[in-house]
Design a binder for this molecule. Structure first.
Ligand SMILES: Cc1cc2nc3c(=O)[nH]c(=O)nc-3n(C[C@H](O)[C@H](O)[C@H](O)COP(=O)(O)OP(=O)(O)OC[C@H]3O[C@@H](n4cnc5c(N)ncnc54)[C@H](O)[C@@H]3O)c2cc1C
Length: 454
């Protein structure tokens, strides 16, 4: 069968694209989703069952429909959850909301286009004359489609350490992918944990350890030791960006104006949020060299100020630091070796340059998502070899145009081939969270719907 659209992937980007396609495509259309995760729509972010794992964006900005901002808040109310537009719901509930929204769309009497979910991994892809693309799946089947939306996410970053510097016998103590939460049940109540990375993934894992009954010490090590900042408490409002600044196209002017406003008492968090609608434009105005400079020097600071945590989550984490349960170190990992008392972790302290070490029973890689171009995905690597896609200049993901159409080896948009989500960061930068991805998913669905009408 030749589908009108194939969506490849099974996380938020895929379910958002599917929901918008179901809304916009005529009943005669057909959509196939191929994803290797049976929990369609949940992806890494929303499959957690821990209530302590909260959204880091207020509920009022998490609707899958940009033009119905309170859709998720209404869903929370209907399901008797605490619901306010500026509250931070649980991520597990958000996963349920997405599934509900898809089910509602499929029940819609007016226009249920055909929808098939194929649980499989797409392993390679070839162009098939004028009729579109053919994917080969790891279950031996083939999937043919006129239009394709790639929603593959980005890979998990590896430990920042050459494998040769990891001693024999310690590998079984290293948790390379903490998103497989089964590792928590292996940890003894008082065991010593060392976490690499000090961002959102680390905070999640610390809270999950506590819920699981862990009471031992947790050392956190990252290059800068920077921690995600907290959102302002619900209900606190701050002035918007000065109108002149909001028009600015120059990063230095913007930063100077930003500091000026903060000195005059504006809450930096409100100003940061005020940047959101203009971030994509600002990024696109930068030269490639300026973008590279931002990634080198600004990324770590951007991440902790931009991707903030719920105030409740911040206060739980702060309490653990005050009690001495969690300690945070800034330094560069040098080696992990087998020691008499567990694994010995050595690092060079950032400020002093001293070489230090400590022992741990478990070493957990929380360095988060990796923006590694196409390296994380065998499918994308194969598509690159075929000339169907190209990596963007900074190696963040795929080259796409302003309409999210994927650029092939000839730098031209590939007919009917789109990408949604963080893979398109080279073009949009601010495209990792729901408020941005939902807009992109809707636009791509709209473009496909228009092409099918022609
Ligand atoms: C822990 C966490 C918490 C977050 N919290 C928030 C939040 O509170 N608010 C917010 O707005 N954003 C949040 N985000 C950011 C954002 O919402 C997510 O990153 C978003 O879910 C990304 O979805 P995705 O579909 O692009 O990628 P992913 O979720 O990574 O999904 C990609 C999927 O594609 C599948 N796949 C890959 N290759 C293939 C293949 N070849 N064939 C078939 N399937 C394949 C993968 O298995 C995976 O299931 C969070 C992110 C994380 C990681």
């Amino acid at each position: 069968m030749l589908y009108d659209v194939a969506v490849v992937g099974s996380g938020f980007s895929a379910i958002a694209a599917t929901i918008h396609l179901l809304r916009l495509l005529p009943p005669s259309a057909s959509i196939a989703v191929v994803g290797d995760d049976p929990g369609f729509g949940r992806g890494t972010a929303y499959r957690t069952e821990f209530y302590v794992h909260r959204l880091n964006v207020p509920a009022g900005r998490m609707s899958v429909f940009p033009e119905e901002p309170d859709d998720f808040v209404r869903w929370l109310e209907r399901h008797e959850r605490q619901a306010t537009a500026d509250g931070f719901a649980s991520r597990g509930d958000y996963g349920l909301y997405l599934r509900d929204r898809l089910a509602a769309q499929l029940r819609d009497d007016d226009r249920p286009a055909r929808f098939d979910f194929i649980k499989a991994k797409a392993t390679n892809c070839v162009q098939c004359g004028d009729t579109g693309l053919v994917f080969h799946l790891n279950n031996g089947a083939e999937l043919r489609a006129r239009n394709v939306v790639l929603c593959l996410g980005v890979g998990n970053a590896d430990l920042p350490l050459d494998r040769r510097k990891i001693g024999a016998g310690v590998e079984k103590r290293i948790v390379r992918n903490p998103w497989r939460l089964s590792w928590l049940s292996k940890v003894g109540r008082g065991e010593r944990i060392c976490i690499f990375g000090s961002g959102l993934t680390m905070i999640d894992q610390v809270l999950a350890l506590r819920v699981h009954g862990h009471r031992g010490p947790i050392r956190v090590l990252s290059r800068r030791g920077l921690l995600p900042r907290a959102h302002a408490p619900a209900g606190e409002r701050s002035p918007p960006l000065e109108p002149k600044l909001a028009q600015s196209r120059d990063i230095s002017d913007l930063l100077a104006g930003f500091r000026r406003q903060v000195r005059r008492d504006a809450d930096w968090r409100g100003l940061m949020d005020g940047l959101r609608p203009m971030t994509q434009r600002l990024w696109q105005d930068l030269t490639e060299e300026q973008r590279a400079r931002f990634l080198r020097h600004g990324l770590a600071w951007w991440n902790v100020h931009r991707h903030r945590i719920a105030p409740e989550v911040a206060s739980r984490f702060d309490a653990l630091r005050k009690d001495g349960i969690v300690t945070v170190h800034a330094g560069f990992l040098q080696a992990i070796e087998a020691g008499a008392r567990g694994a010995s972790v050595s690092y060079r302290e950032r400020q002093s340059g001293r070489h230090l070490s400590f022992n741990a029973d478990w070493i957990v890689n929380c360095t988060g998502m990796e923006r590694a171009g196409v390296a994380h995905s065998p499918l994308l690597q194969q598509m690159q070899r075929q000339g169907l896609i190209t990596q963007d200049a900074l190696g963040l993901g795929l080259s796409v145009d302003a309409g999210s159409r994927v650029l092939g080896g000839n730098r031209e948009p590939q007919p009917g081939l789109y990408a949604v989500g963080a893979l398109t960061a080279g073009q949009f930068w601010e495209i990792t969270a729901v408020p941005d991805i939902r807009v992109q998913a809707q636009a791509v669905a709209g473009a496909i719907a228009s092409s099918l009408r022609v």
